[in-house]
Design a protein around this ligand. Structure first.
Ligand SMILES: [Mg+2]
Length: 361
């Protein structure tokens, strides 16, 4: 099988409805966006797809570098092509999602070629997994407690906070939530890199006292040393290396420094399925969990294939809370069923029009 065409199909992505916010200093939900599908075609008539929210960026790197690299190659040579994209990255400094988009499309293609969902190609470990409720940022402690009640009522077994990015206010919220839900509900906190070491330490001590399951990304992941020092000062388990570039290779440095109680992995920020599984296996070698960052069908495959993972991240983006379609009334997500990644499962009326036109051409 040979790759015969590599196309970028630009699509308009509607604004998030209703919009939501993250911590102070960060943009909130996306307004109407310029997204794109990467379409990889072969001489066997099998086509692989992957989606990127930054259409202009993807178009640029595909037109200048990636198409020429892929054309004429065997699409199942994923390890080789994963390596090649890193080589090109040395000169181009690709946005971190680019490696993942190419790899996801190649896995989609491989799954479609043999008629199997990607998680079965990776090797399945389970067929369902609990989802935790991962909140956006709400207005007050009272609103968070109300949202938490709704999440538990809807079946979610665990809750992760994305809060305001103020160490003292966030600490009071974390304490109030623990008090509210009692000792038996697993709680996590995600700082979206809002703090320096001093504030991260203050908040981490509050999370330790409130028995949080994990403390995620309180600081930018530029300094492994800062995380090492934080780990020396707080008892709450740190889950690290969600956003740091370099896939499993950078994750290894966090583990070697002794600051990783667990690590993050994802198709989006770890170089597709290939990089996400390398990261999971690296963590497994140290008996660490590799928890999957972010919702979506591609990450659902990872949840079914990574032995050392315990939750799917389900975004709670509104109040009243709506339970995403992929989460059942018991708070579980299930293995995707379509061949490949199965982006098609979300298309009630068929593919987006621009993609439908491109696929028909
Ligand atoms: Mg996170």
């Amino acid at each position: 099988m040979i790759i015969t065409a590599v196309e970028v199909v630009r699509v308009r992505v509607p604004a998030y409805d209703p919009p939501f916010v993250w911590r102070a200093g960060l943009p909130g939900s996306e307004p109407e966006a310029d997204g794109a599908w990467l379409v990889i075609r072969t001489d066997a008539g099998v086509t692989g797809l992957a989606f990127a929210l930054r259409g202009a960026m993807l178009q640029d790197v595909v037109d200048r570098r990636i198409r020429a690299e892929l054309l004429g190659r065997d699409p199942v040579a994923r390890e080789y092509l994963w390596d090649r994209i890193w080589e090109l990255d040395r000169i181009d400094r690709f946005p971190i999602f680019v490696q993942g988009v190419v790899d996801v499309a190649l896995w989609d293609l491989a799954g479609k070629a043999v008629g199997l969902p990607v998680y079965q190609l990776l090797g399945s470990f389970r067929e369902s997994l609990p989802a935790y409720a991962s909140t956006v940022t709400f207005g007050s402690i009272e609103e968070y407690l109300d949202v938490a009640d709704q999440c538990l009522e809807l079946g979610f077994p665990a809750i992760k906070l994305h809060a305001w990015g103020d160490a003292h206010k966030d600490a009071r919220l974390a304490e109030a939530l623990r008090e509210h839900v009692g000792p038996d509900i697993p709680l996590m906190y995600d700082g979206s890199a809002g703090f320096d070491l001093l504030d991260a330490t203050y908040l981490g001590k509050a999370l330790s006292a409130a028995d949080y399951l994990w403390y995620e990304e309180p600081m930018r992941e530029f300094s492994v040393t800062a995380y090492k020092r934080l780990a020396e000062r707080v008892d709450v388990p740190l889950i690290v290396a969600e956003v740091a570039e370099g896939a499993h290779m950078k994750t290894a440095d966090f583990i070697a420094a002794g600051c990783a109680a667990a690590v993050r992995t994802s198709t989006g920020l770890r170089g597709g399925f290939t990089g996400a599984m390398r990261t999971a296996h690296l963590a497994d070698a140290f008996l660490l969990r590799a928890e999957v960052h972010g919702p979506g069908v591609a990450n659902r495959h990872l949840c079914m294939s990574i032995s050392n993972t315990t939750y799917y991240e389900s975004l709670i983006d509104s109040n009243p809370v709506r339970r995403p379609a992929e989460v059942d009334a018991s708070g579980n997500v299930h293995a995707p069923t379509l061949a490949g990644v199965g982006f098609e499962e979300a298309w009630v009326d068929g593919p987006p029009p621009a993609l439908a036109a491109a696929l028909a051409a």
